[in-house]
Design a protein around this ligand. Structure first.
Ligand SMILES: Cc1cc2nc3c(=O)[nH]c(=O)nc-3n(C[C@H](O)[C@H](O)[C@H](O)COP(=O)(O)OP(=O)(O)OC[C@H]3O[C@@H](n4cnc5c(N)ncnc54)[C@H](O)[C@@H]3O)c2cc1C
Ligand SMILES: Cc1cnn(-c2ccc(OCc3ccccc3)c(C(=O)O)c2)c1-c1ccc(Cl)c(F)c1
Length: 451
């Protein structure tokens, strides 16, 4: 690549999306400087962020494929071919995600994934990674950046004329986005939901095996309370309890906690272990969940935000990382289509991505509301069984929305359009069916009256 065509890119945030974006630019031989506030996660045992493991699906896999990491992650990940629904009376109900094509989602370790991305990035001589560098200031007009470096008094200045593009992949509470918010015509909204989440653990059995069937996403739908478990490589499970903060606050003592679990998630207590449940629950605090929407995602030809910085969503669709990785694919394609001209690429990114990103934020929030309101024990179950049955007999027509979102790369808005079309068909069949049934009934009544 000629020096003139090589771009210089600064990426703020070395989490999942920032490190993915860095790999995508580095493989195109551009000069990349990645700045991450935290230290090198490969040198610490701390968890890499908000959840210990994540569900990886098709949209995220495409980004990993492009940088050559898909097979590495799939071989480390654990396939989840079905949801296993735990009813309160202890019954287990498995419903395949894809009875037609046998597609599955993968439980992957956040730390392993972030480490794999950083290690891949290090292979590129045209990339520098600056750990312990926290961006404290950005002038969105000049592109001048200021960083504080852990343990150093002096601030580090990166002048705007040293790079052509600044990407903000610094998460839901993005400092780069906050700088964009000071600009005119920048729309922003955020919603904290009443539910918080806490991660618990189901350890391996005494003989080192999984205590539950491993190739499943285990779900305990209890209306207001929801709990899921994703498998880990070490045969343990990361359990995530979703509950309103006010309910977390009511569980003040071990006895109250155990009474709650024994009545709400009875089969989970022996799996977690009563002592471990008490110790873990009272050793941590529930974390908040936020949904963020904003527009535009860019400023001129200089600044762009990706991932949670642009569209943080509640985790009730398992799509946040997948959507952020898909941002990187959309940007990658636009770089190719528009000859890497940032003056065209950046506004086009907002134009083509914004509606889909808003849609998945809305879908995740809709799922949250719908799952919370599915209060009867079997309603979650029957909804899923009906979807799965119709999908298996009309595979090209009846694609459940969850399957379109999770197992295809159709734009999120197209997935919803298809769902709305399906709903119209169903309602007209039901309406038509009712009309036919009514006519038959009238005919029979007429026969009876007229003898
Ligand atoms: C409980 C839970 C479960 C989830 N489950 C799933 C799932 O199953 N599947 C899925 O696809 N998604 C899931 N998600 C969503 C997923 O975690 C996020 O969408 C994803 O982490 C977003 O990645 P990101 O890189 O945009 O942001 P982040 O992961 O937040 O990374 C931002 C990075 O920027 C750094 N940073 C922040 N500020 C600065 C600064 N000023 N200077 C330098 N660096 C900075 C941070 O240290 C961090 O490393 C879940 C989220 C939660 C909360
Ligand atoms: C991490 C991850 C990956 N995918 N999903 C997911 C999400 C929603 C689902 O259905 C919604 C629905 C249920 C019932 C009726 C309509 C819609 C299904 C499913 O169909 O199995 C799977 C999750 C997840 C995340 C949080 C919670 Cl709380 C949860 F339960 C699962």
């Amino acid at each position: 690549m000629s020096a003139e065509s090589q771009k210089r890119v600064v990426i703020v945030g070395g989490g999942l999306v920032g490190s993915m974006a860095a790999c995508m630019f580095a493989r195109k031989q551009h000069k990349v400087d990645l700045y991450e506030a935290r230290g090198d996660m490969r040198k610490s045992n701390m968890s890499a962020g908000k959840s210990i493991n994540l569900a990886l699906s098709v949209r995220g896999r495409e980004a990993l494929r492009r940088i050559g990491l898909e097979e590495k992650l799939l071989s480390h990940g654990i396939p989840m071919r079905a949801r296993m629904i735990h009813t309160v009376d202890g019954k287990l109900n498995e419903i395949l995600y894809d009875p037609v094509h046998n597609q599955c989602i993968y439980s992957v370790s956040r730390k392993f994934l972030n480490e794999a991305l950083i290690t891949e990035l290090e292979q590129y001589p045209n990339c520098n990674i600056h750990f312990h560098h926290k961006m404290t200031k950005l002038d969105v007009d000049t592109g001048d950046l200021t960083f504080s470096k852990q343990g150093h008094e002096a601030l580090i200045e990166v002048k705007g004329n040293q790079q052509q593009l600044i990407i903000g992949a610094d998460g839901a509470h993005s400092g780069v986005r906050k700088c964009l918010m000071s600009q005119p015509l920048f729309d922003f909204s955020q919603t904290y939901i009443e539910h918080g989440y806490m991660e618990l653990c189901i350890p391996p059995s005494d003989d080192g095996n999984y205590q539950m069937e491993p190739n499943f996403l285990h779900i305990w739908p209890r209306g207001t309370f929801m709990m899921i478990a994703l498998p880990n490589q070490d045969r343990s499970w990361t359990v995530t309890l979703f509950m309103p903060f006010e309910n977390f606050a009511q569980l003040k003592t071990p006895d109250i906690l155990l009474d709650f679990f024994n009545s709400t998630f009875p089969d989970a207590v022996p799996l977690i272990g009563a002592d471990r449940l008490v110790a873990d629950f009272f050793s941590r605090k529930a974390s908040s969940l936020i949904s963020i929407k904003c527009r535009p995602y860019h400023k001129n030809n200089k600044v762009l935000i990706l991932g949670d910085a642009a569209h943080a969503m509640v985790p009730f669709y398992g799509q946040g990382m997948n959507a952020g990785f898909e941002d990187c694919c959309v940007l990658d394609d636009l770089m190719d289509e528009l000859e890497e001209d940032f003056a065209r690429v950046l506004p086009k990114f907002t134009e083509v991505r914004h509606e889909d990103a808003q849609m998945i934020c809305d879908l995740a929030m809709y799922n949250y509301i719908e799952m919370r309101d599915l209060v009867t024990k079997s309603s979650f179950l029957w909804r899923k069984r009906l979807d799965s049955f119709l999908f298996s007999i009309f595979p090209n027509f009846w694609v459940p929305l969850y399957n379109a979102v999770t197992f295809s790369r159709f734009p999120y808005r197209v997935c919803v359009q298809h769902k709305e079309f399906q709903d119209k068909i169903i309602s007209s069949i039901i309406t038509g069916g009712c009309a036919v049934f009514g006519l038959i009934l009238l005919y029979l009544i007429g026969l009876i009256i007229l003898g």
